[in-house]
Design a protein around this ligand. Structure first.
Ligand code: NAD
Length: 651
């Protein structure tokens, strides 16, 4: 089948796009649409046109292969103008996703109908861009301006139901889309052709004060990203200066953003996320089929991992130490699933089915059919050995056994198992059912089949899987430990915790290091430091401030005192007691404190990250600098629009 096909079913014409995998707006598609419209306009028997796609989705974006190449005529804005100018009404029939240029094409049509499961969005901001084919000018003339602002600045797609509610759709369909589109076409044959969006008035245009509020709220959310603000100014311009000036302004902004550092960084991380899990040595290796997942430990991580596995459609068994712990694990999973229900991500029926797929037991015999088991018990090697001993005894020989340990040596865990070749690490991030990142830790003995199974599992969970090898802290925690040490040095050398945090937030982190430590709780790392104290190199600089805080009973946000003092609303306030403690520690060590500027603080943090990243690469822990960037952006709040520490050090 060719990329664009035109069929006449008088009085209806059907334009079908077939450009797998996402029916991107490639040159052949753009050309095909224009050709088809010319033929339709010349055919007097035709009174309505359906634009529909083959495969899994409507047009879901641009062709990445055309990125960075000179534009080839007809360019998308002209194709959309051509759609608008056609003499017969065009109905966009949407299934799957209508994203970016795909939604802009739909906006050029005269009617839009969509399958009830479809999603529609303008995700350009995720790549540091704004819509470049009229989206910011047409959308606010179809839906309320506030909704257009929300879609373009968040980049998040909306459901067909929401799209219908705000007026983006003319109808929602169930069942075969082609049939529904033909039925819809028959209902409009005798209607007057609707006015193109460009000729319509904006819907509920804000006044000047409301625009100021919109800009201020967008700026706050954008945390340094320029594209969301550009989207607001493009929408405003299109409304205040009229559609023609709006289209030129949008195009200008689009080109300016496309060539910006932020867009380049965002494109880097976008492609890195998609390539990082592709290991050539696993090509062609079939993963084990997975049905039953075992999770050992129903605590914070275990319950999150169990929830993520249930949501991906697996049956899950949690093993705990006693019945009470089993009940706690099950209650936590229930709470997580209720969260998904409340947010409308699953229906009550789905909730019931998923929760019924969870079982708990204190008996490892319940795992005899498990295809993959993930251990998430206390961070203690003796406990891990005990658990893996039982797994070796009770699990079937081809079950893959994974540890969620944060720091422990998984090679050592594997060496004590009957089948070390099927032992590996699956390092989730908290909360495990929400955070996208997953470090897949390759042990020395892990075989290709087990690794392929782990990556396939990650894919079905919707995680971004990053391969890495065994070391203390793997990629992410190891880099965080390294830069934390440098932040602590800066405290003794002259900075204060809230200054370091302010510099990090100014750079784009959602939270500073010390506020983050307060949130996680200070006592766990204190316990680890005490445990490791006998093994510490006495010649290495050690900052004891975190220990002092714990000795003073300051365990972080949960008890209102940590690196900060927390007010009754849980808001962090710098604490003069902590400042005094930091200053007196410098004096005790004979250090003359000096001033640190924000750029100096950030340079020091970035240098620490890059140096540790270089070591991780040299040791073969990560297989590319991209892997490190993906981990830091998705697991540690590194600002996405800066591309990651390794990218930043190269650019
Ligand atoms: P947690 O204390 O909340 O949960 C541990 C659970 O394991 C408890 O419910 C406990 O009853 C159970 N357990 C202990 N021994 C057991 C045994 N022999 N058999 C069955 N169950 C047993 O701890 P957590 O925060 O969920 O951490 C679990 C693991 O995940 C640790 O290795 C930790 O380093 C790692 N991890 C934690 C985080 C995090 O942010 N909390 C992130 C990544 C990895």
């Amino acid at each position: 089948m060719s990329t664009v096909t035109l069929t006449f079913e008088n009085p209806i014409a059907v334009i079908t796009i077939n450009n797998p995998p996402i029916n991107a707006t490639s040159h052949a598609v753009r050309n095909g649409i224009v050709d088809a419209l010319d033929q339709i306009d010349a055919n007097d028997d035709i009174r309505a046109t359906i634009l529909i796609c083959e495969g899994k989705t409507f047009i879901a974006g641009a062709d990445v292969n055309e990125f960075g190449q000179p534009p080839k005529s007809p360019i998308l804005p002209d194709v959309i103008k051509r759609l608008e100018a056609t003499t017969k009404p065009v109905i966009a029939a949407i299934h799957g996703h209508a994203l970016g240029g795909g939604l802009e094409v739909a906006l050029g049509c005269h009617y839009r109908i969509a399958d009830s499961t479809a999603k529609l969005g303008l995700p350009e901001v995720n790549l540091g861009l704004i819509p470049g084919a009229g989206g910011t000018v047409r959308l606010p003339r179809l839906v309320p301006v506030s909704e257009a602002v929300s879609m373009t600045t968040s980049g998040k797609p909306i459901s067909a139901a929401k799209a219908n509610e705000i007026g983006l759709l003319d109808a929602i369909t169930h069942g075969a889309l082609g049939d529904a589109a033909r039925d819809f076409a028959k209902t409009i044959l005798n209607r007057e052709i609707p006015k193109p969006l460009l000729l319509r008035d904006p819907v509920n245009a804000p006044n000047a004060t409301e625009w100021d509020d919109i800009s201020a709220a967008t700026k706050k959310k954008a945390r340094g990203q320029t594209a969301p603000l550009a989207a607001v100014s493009a929408i405003r311009n299109g409304i205040e200066q009229g559609p023609d000036a709006g289209l030129s302004f949008e195009r200008e902004k689009f080109i300016e953003l496309r060539d910006s550092d932020q867009s380049k960084a965002l494109r880097h991380i976008f492609f890195a996320e998609r390539s990082v899990a592709k290991l050539p040595e696993l090509k062609g290796i079939d993963p084990n089929p997975l049905k039953q997942i075992g999770v050992i430990g129903g605590g914070i991580m275990g319950a999150g991992i169990a929830t993520a596995s249930l949501l991906a459609g697996y049956a899950v068994t949690i093993i705990e130490r006693d019945e009470d712990a089993c009940a706690n694990g099950s209650t936590t999973v229930q709470k997580h699933l209720s969260g998904s229900l409340k947010r409308g991500l699953i229906t009550q029926d789905r909730f019931d089915t998923l929760f019924a797929a969870l079982s708990t037991s204190t008996d490892y015999g319940a795992l005899s059919d498990a295809d993959l088991v993930i251990e998430a018990v206390f961070e203690d090697m003796a406990v891990k050995h005990d658990v893996f001993g039982k797994l070796s005894e009770h699990c079937k020989p081809d079950a893959v056994l994974a540890s969620n340990t944060s720091y422990l040596d998984i090679n050592e865990i594997a060496a004590n198992c009957t089948y070390p070749n099927r032992v590996l690490g699956l390092h989730f991030f908290s909360p495990a059912h929400i955070m996208k990142l997953l470090e897949v830790v390759r042990t020395e003995a892990a075989d290709a089949q087990s690794l392929a199974t782990a990556f396939d599992f990650a894919r079905t969970l919707g995680k971004i899987a990053v391969p890495c090898r065994v070391c203390d802290g793997f990629i992410g925690n190891r880099i965080m430990s390294a830069y934390r040490k440098h932040c602590e040095y800066m405290l003794e050398d002259g900075a204060l915790p809230h200054q370091i945090d302010a510099a990090m937030m100014e750079f784009g982190f959602p939270m500073g290091l010390f506020a983050m430590q307060d949130m996680a709780g200070l006592e766990i790392s204190w316990a680890t430091r005490k445990r490791l104290a006998p093994f510490r190199d006495p010649s290495e600089r050690y900052v004891a401030l975190g220990d002092y805080l714990c000795e003073m009973g300051r365990f972080g946000k949960k008890n209102g005192l940590g690196w900060y003092r927390y007010d009754e609303n849980g808001k962090a306030q710098p604490d003069s007691d902590v400042d005094a403690l930091v200053i007196s520690e410098s004096a005790k060590k004979g250090i003359t404190r000096r001033n640190f500027t924000h750029p100096e603080i950030i340079d020091s943090i970035l240098a620490a990250m890059r140096d540790e990243g270089d070591k991780i690469l040299a040791e073969g822990i990560a297989n590319s600098p991209d892997a490190i960037d993906v981990v830091m952006v998705n697991g540690y709040g590194f600002p996405r629009h800066k591309g990651g520490p390794m990218y930043l050090s190269r650019s």
